[in-house]
Design a protein around this ligand. Sequence first.
Ligand code: NAD
Length: 297
Amino acid sequence: MHIAFIGLGNMGGGMAANQVKAGHEVAAFDLSAQALDRAKAAGCLPVASVAEAVAKADAVVTMLPAGAHVRAVYAEQILPNAPKTALLIDCSTIDVESARAVGLQARELEFRFADAPVSGGTAAADAGTLAFMVGCDEGDFPAIEAVVQPMARAVIRAGDHGAGQAAKICNNMVLGISMLGVCEAFALAEKLGLDSERFFEIANQSSGQCWSLSTYCPWPGPVATAPSNRGYEGGFATAMMLKDLKLAQQAAAAAGAAAPMGAQAEGLYALFDRLGYGTKDFSGIVQMLRGRLDELA
Ligand code: NAD
């Protein structure tokens, strides 16, 4: 299969490499020469433009920073140049409105389109173990599932165009809020003189158990693989979490939904970001809550 891959950054680089490993021919384009070089080293064919990448594509996968990039690349480059038979799959995390708008444009031109954002960070992108949440016409889902399979551990159809993005921001709002809850609990436990390992053991067997505690514990020690054990480097950047919480608030305002905890969480991550920690893993916010930012490099 001929795949065009647009956007070869932290996530897209690994995802494109997994399509090569699955035996597909991948024409790759990114504005960054460095990203293109990495894609070439992974076995992709680097090309000079989006138009060139999509010209012979059976499927087009995009992994771009935000809604404005996705709207522009689809309207100006992909839709005018891709064959009508190409499956168009946007894996970026963007606002629901942009996903619906691009989906509508694509449908009007008789393309099959899916918004298919992912959960799992760069490690999952490299390993091909991302979870995909897909918004598409029901009949298109099997073909979309087949294309993303080499990059996935789970592929779930959320509903029609925009539903993938809706699922993604709702999920990440849970994550942003639950992480703050776990951080506050550890900071309080410390003040109350509780041993952190013992508190972890208890909460992990009690009703406080959740992904933020069990798999991604923000307190160094209990979960060896968590970013808390490597100075909050790598993982999921605070700036990215902030972006997703902003998208959730934007969607809540547009839909008339109350999301006050999401708003509080957005405010706290925004403060952590303004203090200069936007590139640190979001669980590093525990050091702000402890009043120990001095322990963060
Ligand atoms: P990134 O900034 O590393 O990569 C984006 C790439 O897009 C860059 O290489 C950039 O040069 C390229 N690009 C921008 N405009 C372009 C254009 N017009 N044409 C071609 N290339 C263009 O970002 P990332 O971490 O790879 O994230 C990509 C998307 O995935 C974002 O929407 C992000 O929210 C989402 N996401 C990221 C993570 C994560 O942990 N990093 C996890 C899940 C989802």
